[in-house]
Design a protein around this ligand. Structure first.
Ligand code: SAH
Length: 222
């Protein structure tokens, strides 16, 4: 499962940019180096695949910027024993990075077309330690809870309570919070053994809306 051929030097250039931005450890950067980002984009955008920018993936959604993927993955402090929940499968790029670093990843996406495309691509790339489902991720995935780590890749006005409930003791949740079009902050929540939640602000970010029962109302979303 490696990047190959003529794309290689572009991945290396992206890695240099990420190293300069100093957003993640070598472990996270090495995982990203193995994921061929151009395959997660349509032909129209694949030539920009290794720029540090968000790009369209259909359904009015975007693949996250590589430096943001690196920062969020780093904030999760993952290991190979972790069971992870991702909300917002999208292109599947962040999911592939999570698959490299965790034991098993459960990913929820509200758009069936995106979920199906991402699932097929990840299988083709050789990832098998994940399961996807189509649904409202603001409610989490209670049949599979608890999760050691939860990552939300779309921004809602608040942290969905269901996600905090489904976080295991000593678990970490990383989520952008803020109204659509308004300023958003990346938040990391850590749950203590006795269930107490500690919150840290990691910095400003820009994400598409988290649309659902405990997120942005459907009619107000883009
Ligand atoms: N992790 C993705 C980022 C995709 S953008 C990637 O690497 O490409 C965020 C995604 O969240 C979009 O695909 C959007 O459809 C999805 N989304 C928004 N609200 C959601 C919800 N309530 N449940 C599940 N997915 C949601």
């Amino acid at each position: 499962m490696t990047a190959f051929g003529q794309k290689d030097f572009r991945i290396q250039r992206m890695m240099d940019v990420l190293r300069q931005k100093n957003v993640a450890s070598d472990t996270v950067l090495r995982a990203m180096e193995l994921v061929p980002r151009h395959q997660f984009l349509s032909r129209a955008f694949s030539s920009d695949a290794y720029d540090d920018s968000a790009l369209p993936i259909g359904e009015n959604q975007t693949i996250s910027q590589p430096s943001v993927v690196a920062q969020m993955t780093e904030a999760l402090n993952l290991n190979k024993g972790h069971k992870v929940l991702e909300i917002g499968t999208g292109s599947g790029y962040q999911l592939a990075v999570l698959c490299q670093l965790a034991r098993r990843v459960f990913s929820v996406e509200r758009h069936r077309s995106l979920s199906e495309r991402a699932t097929t691509l990840l299988h083709d790339l050789g990832y098998h330690n994940f399961i996807t489902v189509v649904g409202d991720g603001t409610l989490g995935w209670h049949q599979q809870a608890p999760f050691d780590r939860i990552i939300v890749t779309a921004a809602g006005p608040k942290i969905p309570p269901a996600l905090l409930d489904q976080l295991a003791p000593e678990g970490i949740l990383v989520i952008p919070v803020g109204a659509p079009g308004k300023s958003q902050q990346l938040i990391r929540c850590t749950k203590s053994l006795d269930g107490h939640i500690q919150q840290e602000i990691l910095g400003p970010v820009v994400f598409v809306p988290l649309v659902g029962e405990q997120g942005v109302e459907e009619r107000r979303s883009a």
